[in-house]
Design a protein around this ligand. Structure first.
Ligand code: NDP
Length: 449
């Protein structure tokens, strides 16, 4: 039996790596976790957490306007202080980063603040050249933004940099029409920027229910966001005055102050030395793993965005937990990828769980769809012409709810609870048997016709 420095060496202290390291250490394993930047990873440092705080900050733009209709004296010349919000958000990120660090330490995991690469099936090399051995290596290094290559692409930023801007640009072009693009489009628009959203296809938020996506597009256009579809970059030219002139196929050039790429994320495997251990990867550089998160090298595992399964924080956390329980605990850890709720924190937000209408029709043939298209009462009093849309997709034979899809105020909060019922396989009749909680928006879910 060879003697290793550690039972487990985790590379990457993001959501998946931190959970795995902490749980394995709590199970009694000797654990080290290496992080080249900051404990917390994308979600905590430059993703979900600071983004959500910006979404809250951005929403005040509408809330303060609406407040006048509710009797509040809100001055006409509302001022917004970006630096104030940015500093407060960064302070909160620092706090959570510290909390994550403390949790790892309290559970007995050693934190190594260095970039680390794999140099063999049981060996890693730290940036200072030190080599460490481990019985098991877990790669949880996440992903980074993909930037479409065109002349001048270096003038653009990604969401990584968006949190640290000196100021809010007057005009911004956001490339992509997925999660990050729509969330930041809402944020920048609320902060007063003119937003152009440009995508290579005609689709926004592919994967979400069509009617819900259409509603977001409609509301976004009504708010003044500009969309450029079927457009690919030709070049980005930096003008003498510092502005950026974006040339794209099928459209006139756009002159903006900032370009932000939100065109997907690719796994961080380049230069990680995985080939030295025989770890196979996909064309996109994602680590191939089996159901137990094990790579093609038996002593090396991977969880989270680096595996290119579902790029969501709670999934990385579950994968990290299952991995640690299986290897160092009682076992039995498995991630169930069915019925994962998800949300886009756009303005307004949208959310969904289960099958979309078109997925359900393909899979089940006989499908019943119930919907409610309504103006939330708060919007009515505020004079805000924004309608919410809730959709329930049911199996035509069994009445079972196959999916719920929503757009409107607070729908991410509502879908989390509704997802329990969808996951449990409840029927429309069982939803209907639940008494409505009045007056709420969520009551529409038990009143659908
Ligand atoms: P998405 O996959 O959501 O969207 C990518 C967008 O970029 C799509 O509009 C796509 O176009 C376009 N695109 C993809 N590749 C290219 C390319 N080579 N050139 C030009 N355009 C391209 O990715 P995001 O970057 O928005 O987010 C990354 C991941 O992070 C998401 O998949 C999500 O899992 C996660 N995330 C989750 C959030 C949440 O849960 N609320 C928030 C933010 C991120 P098309 O679809 O038309 O082909």
């Amino acid at each position: 039996m060879p003697d290793f420095d550690y039972d487990l060496f985790v590379i990457g202290a993001g959501s998946g790596g931190t959970r795995a390291a902490r749980v394995a250490a709590a199970h009694g394993a000797k654990v080290a976790v290496a992080e080249e930047y900051r404990v917390g990873g994308t979600c905590v440092i430059r993703g979900c957490v600071p983004k959500k705080l910006l979404v809250y900050g951005a929403h005040f733009a509408e809330d303060l306007k609406d407040a006048r209709r509710f009797g509040w004296m809100v001055p006409e010349d509302l001022q917004f202080d970006w630096q104030c919000l940015r500093e407060n958000v960064m302070a909160e990120v620092d706090r959570i980063n510290q909390a994550y660090t403390n949790t790892l330490k309290t559970n007995g995991a050693e934190i190594i603040e260095q970039r680390t690469t794999v140099s063999g099936p049981n060996e890693v090399t730290l940036a200072d050249g030190t080599k460490k051995t481990a019985k098991t290596i877990l790669v949880a290094v996440g992903a980074h933004p993909q930037i479409p290559h065109c002349e001048g692409h270096e003038h653009g930023i990604t969401s990584n940099e968006a949190f640290n801007l000196d100021g809010i640009p007057k005009r911004i072009l956001i490339a992509g029409a997925g999660y990050i693009a729509n969330e930041f489009a809402g944020i920048f628009h609320q902060f007063g920027a003119h937003v152009i959203l440009m995508n290579r296809t005609k689709d926004i938020l592919r994967g979400y229910d069509l009617a819900i996506r259409d509603r977001l597009l409609q509301i976004s256009m009504m708010k003044g966001l500009e969309f450029r579809f079927d457009a690919t970059f030709e070049k980005i030219v930096k003008l003498d005055d510092g502005c950026l002139e974006v040339h794209m196929s099928g459209h006139d050039p756009a002159v903006v102050d900032l370009v932000m790429f939100a065109t997907g994320r690719i796994p961080n495997t380049k230069g990680l030395g995985l080939e030295s251990a025989g770890v196979e990867m996909t064309e996109r550089g994602a680590i191939k793993v089996d159901d137990d998160n094990r790579s093609t090298c038996p002593s090396i595992y991977a969880v989270g965005d680096v595996t290119d399964r579902i790029q969501l924080t709670p999934i990385a956390i579950r994968e990290g937990q299952a991995f640690a329980d299986n290897l160092f605990g009682k076992g039995g850890g498995k991630v169930d990828y069915a019925c994962i709720p998800s949300a886009v924190f756009s303005h307004p937000p949208l959310a969904g769980v289960g099958l979309t209408e078109s997925q359900a029709r393909q899979k089940f043939g006989s499908v019943r769809v119930y919907s409610s298209d309504f103006r939330p009462m708060k919007n009515v009093l505020a004079g805000r012409d924004e309608r919410a849309l809730y959709k329930m997709v049911c199996d035509g034979e069994t009445d079972r709810v196959l999916g719920i899809h929503m757009i409107g105020p607070d729908v991410p909060e509502i879908i989390q609870a509704a997802a329990v019922a969808v996951k449990a396989g409840l029927t429309k009749t069982q939803f209907d048997a639940t008494v409505a909680l009045h007056p709420t928006m969520a009551e529409e879910l038990v009143l659908l016709k």
